[in-house]
Design a protein around this ligand. Structure first.
Ligand code: ADP
Ligand code: MG
Length: 248
């Protein structure tokens, strides 16, 4: 754990099941300090996406609690919409609205959900596009963009609400290999800006480079957590070792 103070995100004893037999998260504990990057690694089906979806209240947990800036967001009295406004999410498939321009995709949430004026939302969107190397793409439709460009638009859209926390779920998994780098560069830049991020990834080299803490999910728990040096260089758990041997 790096950093001090109240974690931006904290999971305490989180349990998530689907139906009667599928226990995906059994007892997950996780702390994400401000301005740090946490990489979730683990086999396909280990619950990385489910964890991120629980953190964004897209899934209801069965037990435990999730805190955002110290506030219990799984308390039944918490307002899911208010919580989601503080969290940006980017999924594997970019999910841009195909009938909207890049600019409209990015300004939709700030205008609809946050009540930002059109001109303010557009000014911020243009600034984000510029920063993500997409200046000049504001009036393009998603299908005219490459996969890497679309995913950067999706990141811009997530940033448009000025989130406290960014959740990134395998954001390079659907990209052609030559487009992965430009998306990872954006994540690098965001880290440089101090954005707090949790990312599920199969890009071990990237996790190693960008993460402050790496969490290995296995059997419904964070089986092992540590610095990238420790997890990739000297994993304590046999299961972690086996996973890394398979994947690298
Ligand atoms: P990962 O992202 O690590 O690959 P997931 O969180 O997607 O893992 O999935 C973990 C497990 O939960 C898988 O066995 C998957 O089939 C199951 N699962 C995920 N979502 C649902 C759902 N909505 N209904 C039933 N099972 C689900
Ligand atoms: Mg997943």
């Amino acid at each position: 754990m790096t950093g001090t103070g109240t974690p931006v995100l904290r999971l305490e004893g989180v349990r998530k099941t689907f139906g009667r037999d599928t226990v995906v998260l059994r007892d997950v504990n996780l702390d994400v300090a401000p301005h740090t990057v946490t990489a979730l690694i683990g086999a396909s089906g280990s619950g990385k996406s489910t964890l991120l979806r629980c953190a964004n209240l897209l899934e209801e947990i069965d037990d435990g609690a999730i805190f955002l800036d110290g506030e219990d967001i799984t308390d039944p009295r918490a307002d899911a919409d208010t919580v989601r406004r503080r969290i940006g999410v980017v999924f594997q498939a970019y999910n841009l609205f195909p009938h909207m321009t890049v600019l409209d995709n990015i300004t939709l949430a700030p205008r609809r959900v946050h009540g930002t004026s059109r001109s303010q939302a557009q000014a911020h969107a243009l600034e984000l596009l510029d920063r993500l190397g997409l200046a000049g793409k504001a009036s393009a439709y998603p299908d005219r963009l490459s996969g890497g460009q679309q995913q950067r638009v999706a990141i811009a859209r997530a940033l448009a609400v000025r989130p406290r926390l960014l959740l990134l779920d395998e954001i390079t998994a659907a990209l052609d290999p030559e487009l992965v780098g430009e998306v990872l560069n954006v994540v690098r830049d965001l880290k440089g800006d101090g954005m707090t991020m949790v990312l599920a990834t199969h890009e071990m080299g990237f996790a190693r480079e960008v993460a402050d803490q790496v969490c290995f999910l296995d059997g419904g728990v964070v089986l092992e957590r540590g610095s990238p040096e420790q997890i990739f260089g000297d994993p304590r758990e046999e299961r972690t070792r086996r996973f890394l041997r398979r994947i690298v």
